[in-house]
Write a protein that binds this ligand. Structure first.
Ligand code: PMV
Length: 325
């Protein structure tokens, strides 16, 4: 049997970092996706072919070999940890071939590692007839995220599994109904950074200024609740205003850098409604909200000197694309 599953990337509209400390956040699944195709093979190995990540590997199907490989190639962490989790929950008496494709840029704050994990777990769940529900797949993907960057809030795996838009707080999610086609423009700065490093940076700053940071996190919690209200009513300019305030607070947390500030100022000069970092910051991606009539013009102007992704909300989370006996 052969199964293909896919899962979306995401943007965080409000609340990154603060969500790690229990504040609310809002995430939106986007049209870019990771796709995993798995099939059983007689040879007791895991064969991995991930062209976009430049990975071709052949690994014996046992925990020790996986652990050894993990030390050697960090890039394999999300993929191999999915297999480790599955091997703890199902008996594998055959090997598995995995093909991975993704149009979500890696390390850009767009949820690539969570989408890869959700797609692999979803495909293996179907192939091995494990009957995991979406909640279990999402919590297994959270386990994998922990191995990638320490203390994830759980927002990335949740949005990638369920799709659409979510309001997320302390491990609980509620779907947000977005009654219009929200125009999403993303600028990928292509400045590499690691989520775990940025989460640790905020942790250090939080420890030395707890009461100040608690006030910042509270303000962000309010931004997310108000943002949800505005999103459900399609009130774009007020949403943009909240994005600008959230960006100011991200700057105060230390995750905006001089090159990011320069790009944000450049974007502001084009008359957008709101602009902010999305995800961990330190590089990665910037999102902006424009009035519908301005979106194309802004995209065209910025495309001259930046990598721009024009996308929209994806209501699909984890999806089985193909199943062949
Ligand atoms: O990995 P990224 O860049 O998509 O960011 C994750 C969002 C954080 O709030 C910074 C971390 C988390 O686990 O919520």
């Amino acid at each position: 049997m052969e199964v293909t599953a896919s899962a979306p990337g995401k943007i965080i509209l409000f609340g990154e970092h603060a969500v790690v400390y229990g504040s609310a956040a809002i995430a939106i699944a986007i049209q870019t996706r990771a796709r995993a195709t798995v099939k059983s093979i007689p040879e007791k190995r895991i064969l991995i072919n991930a062209r976009d990540m430049n990975l071709i590997e052949k690994i014996p199907l046992d925990q020790k070999a996986i652990e050894f490989k993990l030390k050697e190639r960090k890039m394999l962490t999300p993929i191999l940890n999915c297999f480790s989790i599955i091997m703890q929950q199902a008996e594998l008496n055959h090997g598995i071939q995995l093909e991975l494709e993704s149009d979500i840029p890696i390390g850009a704050g767009l949820g690539s590692s969570a989408a890869v994990s959700v797609a692999i777990l979803g495909a293996l769940n179907e192939l091995l007839d494990m009957k995991m529900d979406l909640e279990t797949i999402s919590s297994n993907a959270l386990e994998v995220e922990r191995s990638v960057h320490g203390t994830p809030s759980g927002i990335d795996n949740t949005i990638s599994t369920h799709g659409s838009a979510i309001y997320y707080k302390r491990g609980e999610m509620q779907k947000v109904r977005v009654p219009f086609n929200i125009p999403l423009l993303i600028l990928n700065t292509s400045i590499p950074r690691r989520t775990g490093d940025l989460v640790s940076l905020v942790r250090r700053k939080y420890i030395s200024n707890r009461s100040v940071f608690n006030s910042i996190f509270q303000a962000i919690d309010k931004i997310s609740s108000k943002g949800r209200f505005l999103l459900e009513r399609g009130r774009l300019s007020e949403l943009g205003e909240l994005m600008n305030i959230n960006q100011g607070l991200l700057d105060a947390m230390g995750v905006s850098t001089p090159p990011i500030s320069d790009i944000i100022n450049e974007i502001r000069s084009l008359g957008v409604l709101g602009v902010k970092i999305t995800g961990a910051g330190g590089g990665g991606s910037i999102i902006m909200l424009c009035s519908p009539r301005n979106t194309r013009k802004v995209a065209r102007r910025l495309s001259k000197s930046h990598d721009i992704i024009q996308t929209s909300l994806s209501s699909d989370g984890l999806k089985i694309e193909k199943k062949m006996e």
